[in-house]
Design a protein around this ligand. Structure first.
Ligand SMILES: NS(=O)(=O)c1cccc(NC(=O)NCCCCO)c1
Ligand SMILES: [Zn+2]
Length: 259
């Protein structure tokens, strides 16, 4: 199975997932002043009001909060998107103690962590699985996390992490609305890319917010109490540095920017 270690990490994923060397791979380094400002780009709109989570799980590569996506109650629309995309889950990528952990970088600089809110095009596709293999199937909203003061709502997630310590664990996690994790501005960069983990499908319209949210080192440290390994396994491998480094643009135009 793939992972983030020396033997199974991003540098060898191409062996089982040749698309890893494709021409719309993610993440990328976003170069702000090179991002063409596109006046035709509309603001992105998030309708998360009726949004409530169902469960939290340890996927073996990240912690994932899932949502009921049986209707259009929680969608992202506007911006570069031709349809509303339904929220299915969110998860994080982070580093080791004090070091960086975001996937996208900005002008070569990385953040401590990155939150991905994963949405799928239920107008054009019947299931998430089908959408995940289509070039306009997914829309992922990326939000950078920088360290500073405590985030007033992140503790709701970090206080639940003990319930999903091991790979494969799942727990009820109802009533969490991710609206509380958004920064004040929805100004964004956007580009066509891929899943940042295997199977690395080139099916993602990326919308990366310019403004990070602030979380404390203590809150980030709680993410690192999760394990990559399952309860039955001998070794206890801390879940950290679960990020893919930036990939080549390969002829893609610089990301568009909505100020
Ligand atoms: N990191 S991301 O590009 O936002 C993204 C979004 C949605 C799915 C995925 N990747 C996967 O679902 N991979 C399947 C196995 C993951 C658990 O090991 C990555
Ligand atoms: Zn992700």
């Amino acid at each position: 199975h793939w992972g983030y270690g020396k033997e199974d990490g991003p540098s060898v994923w191409h062996k089982n997932y040749p698309v890893a060397q494709g021409d719309r791979q993610s993440p990328i380094d976003i170069v702000p002043h090179q991002a063409s400002h596109d006046p035709s780009l509309d603001p992105v709109v998030l309708n998360y009001d009726q949004c409530t989570s169902t469960k939290i799980s340890n996927s073996g590569t990240s912690v994932v909060v899932e949502f009921d996506d049986s209707d259009d109650r929680s969608v992202i629309r506007g911006g570069p998107l031709d349809n509303p995309y339904r929220l299915k889950q969110f998860h994080f990528h982070w580093g080791g103690k004090g070091c960086h952990g975001s996937e996208h970088t900005v002008g070569g600089n990385s953040y401590a962590s990155e939150l991905h809110l994963v949405h799928w095009n239920a107008v054009k596709y019947k299931t998430f699985g089908e959408a995940a293999t289509a070039p306009d199937g997914l829309a992922v909203l990326g939000i950078f996390l920088e360290t500073g003061d405590d985030h007033r709502w992140l503790h709701v997630i970090t206080d639940a992490l003990y319930t999903v310590k091991y790979k494969g664990s799942v727990a009820d996690f109802k009533g969490f609305n991710p609206k509380c994790l958004l920064p004040s501005s929805l100004h964004y960069w956007t580009y066509l890319g891929s899943l940042t983990t295997p199977p690395l499908h080139e099916s993602v319209i990326w919308v990366v917010l310019k403004e990070p949210i602030t979380v404390s080192e203590k809150q980030l440290g709680k993410l690192r109490t999760l394990l990559f390994s399952g309860e039955e396994e001998n070794e206890r491998t801390r879940m950290e540095n679960n990020f893919r480094p930036p990939q080549l643009l390969k002829g893609r135009k610089k990301s568009n920017s909505h100020h």
